[in-house]
Design a protein around this ligand. Structure first.
Ligand SMILES: Cc1ncc(COP(=O)(O)O)c(C=O)c1O
Length: 388
């Protein structure tokens, strides 16, 4: 067999999959596993979305569409961006993609050349790093550590910029942290990007899930066309398997987007686009209900952890809880998470899967049943309490 392109060998394997796959094997054998490992909404898709998809199929709306997406969908998104995100764009800046996954890959492909550097959050969503490797670029982590309130240390971040740095990836609300960057932080990040003439790629797939704070879209603060934003319908409408998202680009990139989109995917499946339209313009009470469900689960999770004296980051967004298990993980949380799965039948994501800063932490998905959350978090070993 001929050899693969060497850069492909550098793409790191997902550290979450290992736990997930072993948990799935246990489940197949009839073991009751508390599944807190994958970022999958546990609520059903709203009926009107499924109906729109079924109607598209029955009316034979199964053709190629324009590369950017069907006109009414792009128009509806333009309205949504204006109303919810305070982003003013023309439809040529909106490109339907196969989830935010393709939007992110597309944006990174447009701005990165082999050998370039891209700043990625650590801990951060694994795809950012994987994409950089696939393109032949170097991901340079910037830390989101407890010492800085899980926000970027802008001085350290600026110090890691070199003449090869081309872009910075920002993800708020954050997976895995659940933190939501404040508006001032976003403004400072943009100012820094401007000083160094960097592109900014903003992942906002959890925009609808914030608790007691407001989500601010980076592109709403963008004054000189440097921000790409990846949005998704996956988490908002509990339709991860439908695979619809969209990329909002800076002005003037229509022609290049049309060409690259043509080569990459041509277009998103037409029935899925009609489903997406129904989701965006339709009743949002299911989104509201999902948010309340995650918020209620967060309350349960905090109660269990507080009672055990286990440290965690109180999330302001997404549906994850970032929990400190450094008192038991002995410097290898990936191994510890596997052991925990087999001992306690609880699947959690090891923090190290999201970058070095995640060592000693786990990510717990709150999109789960209250019973699984109580049992799963209740099985976490408590730190030794100081005696008086
Ligand atoms: C931060 C982040 N970005 C992007 C994605 C991918 O979303 P999509 O299903 O839209 O491809 C995920 C999924 O877990 C995510 O957590």
């Amino acid at each position: 067999m001929p050899s693969l392109a060497p850069r492909i060998e550098t793409v790191p394997a997902s550290g979450i999959r290992r736990v997930f796959e072993q948990a799935a094997v246990l489940q197949q054998d009839g073991t009751d596993v508390a599944m807190l490992v994958i970022g999958e909404p546990d609520v059903p898709v709203a009926p009107h979305i499924g109906e729109a998809a079924r109607r598209a199929w029955s009316e034979d709306r199964t053709d190629y569409t324009p590369n950017g997406g069907i006109a009414p969908l792009r128009e509806a998104i333009r309205e949504k961006l204006r109303r919810e995100n305070r982003i003013e764009v023309d439809v040529e800046q909106i490109w339907m993609t196969i989830g935010a996954t393709q939007a992110l890959f597309q944006a990174m492909t447009l701005v990165l050349s082999p050998g370039d550097e891209v700043l990625v959050p650590d801990p951060g969503y694994t795809t950012f790093t994987m994409n950089a490797h696939i393109i032949g670029a170097t991901p340079v982590p910037y830390q989101l550590s407890p010492a800085h309130g899980f926000e970027p240390d802008l001085q350290a971040l600026e110090a890691s910029i070199t003449e090869r740095t081309r872009a910075i990836v920002v993800n708020s609300p954050s997976n895995p942290l659940g933190s939501v960057f404040g508006e001032q932080t976003l403004r400072d990040l943009l100012a820094l990007a401007k000083r160094h003439d960097l592109w900014v790629i903003s992942d906002e797939v959890y925009e609808y899930f914030t608790y007691g704070t407001r989500h601010v879209s980076l592109a709403s603060l963008d004054e000189d066309d440097r921000v790409f934003t990846a949005f998704s319908l996956s988490k908002t409408y509990a339709m991860t398997g439908v695979r619809v998202g969209y990329l909002v680009t800076p002005k003037g990139l229509g022609p290049v987007m049309r060409t690259t989109q043509e080569a990459m995917i041509s277009c998103v499946a037409e029935p899925d686009q009609w489903a997406a339209l129904a989701a965006i313009v339709g009743d949002h009470s299911a989104v509201q209900d999902a948010r309340e469900h995650y918020r209620a689960n967060l309350g349960i999770a905090k109660e269990v952890l507080d009672a055990a004296g286990i440290r965690y980051l109180d999330p302001r967004g997404a549906f994850y809880l970032w929990v400190d298990v450094s008192h038991v993980s002995q410097g290898d949380v990936a191994e510890w998470a596997l052991g925990f799965l087999h001992r306690e039948r609880v699947a959690v994501a090891p923090g190290s899967a999201f970058g070095r800063t995640g060592e000693g932490w786990i990510r717990v998905c709150l999109a789960a049943t209250p019973a699984d959350l109580r049992r799963g978090l209740g099985a976490l070993p408590a730190p030794a309490r100081a005696t008086v």
